[in-house]
Design a binder for this molecule. Structure first.
Ligand SMILES: O=P(O)(O)OC[C@H]1O[C@H](OP(=O)(O)OP(=O)(O)O)[C@H](O)[C@@H]1O
Ligand SMILES: O=c1cc[nH]c(=O)[nH]1
Length: 189
């Protein structure tokens, strides 16, 4: 697996305040598009998508005064590029208490790149129910899609080269709040 030591931070794209504003805007857009949040369920993709989904639920609660259930999805076993990952796949499990059948499911992830994680997430969701519809919210869309997948809600569109990487750091996981763009140093760990 690629280690962070191969990458050097080039720029901060979103600081803490900008991330907060982006999530608040997405929360408003979710409410707007769905004419409220009746029947909506937020499902975060591990790892950071889970924390973003929880934050969106908090924002929606503040704006609408309504609780949106939050579930968690670990799609590790469903990825179609496991052979390209050097680490052994780990089953962390999914935690979706809510019955998603006939619900509007809003999938949440931090970065959308090739679209393969989302494709895998769609498979995993279909295994646990039949949603009325599935929407996709991402904090960063960096382009380079390899599948016909597009997000419904985007925090920031960031044109990138394939040699760059987007790093999303969240207080809950990384003890820092920011989105950065990283470039390869050429050093291998
Ligand atoms: O569109 P894709 O090409 O699939 O890339 C996007 C995915 O890559 C990252 O996950 P990663 O597998 O690195 O796991 P992590 O979220 O636990 O860091 C990111 O969090 C997205 O889920
Ligand atoms: O740039 C990228 C690509 C995939 N996943 C990330 O977190 N960043």
């Amino acid at each position: 697996m690629t280690t962070m030591s191969e990458w050097k931070e080039k720029n901060v794209l979103l600081d803490e305040a900008a991330m907060r504003r982006a999530l608040t805007r997405i929360a408003h857009e979710i409410i707007e598009r769905n004419k409220g949040v009746e029947n909506c369920v937020l499902i975060g993709i591990r790892t950071r998508g889970i924390y973003l989904a929880r934050r969106l639920a908090e924002r929606i609660q503040q704006i609408e005064g309504q609780t949106v259930p939050v579930g968690e999805l670990d799609i590790t076993l469903y990825r179609d590029d496991l052979t390209r990952k050097q680490d052994q796949p780990m089953i962390k499990g999914s935690d979706i208490e809510e019955d998603i059948t006939d619900k509007k499911v809003i999938l949440v992830d931090d970065v959308l790149f090739t679209g393969r994680t989302v494709r895998a997430a769609l498979d995993a969701l279909m295994d646990v129910g039949r949603p009325q519809m599935i929407q996709l919210a991402v904090l960063v869309d960096r382009g380079h899609r390899e599948l016909p997948i597009r997000p419904d809600y985007v925090g920031k569109n960031v044109p990138t080269s394939k040699e760059e990487m987007i790093g999303v750091e969240l207080a809950e996981v990384d003890h820092r709040e920011c989105v950065t763009i990283l470039e390869k140093t050429g050093r291998k760990k």
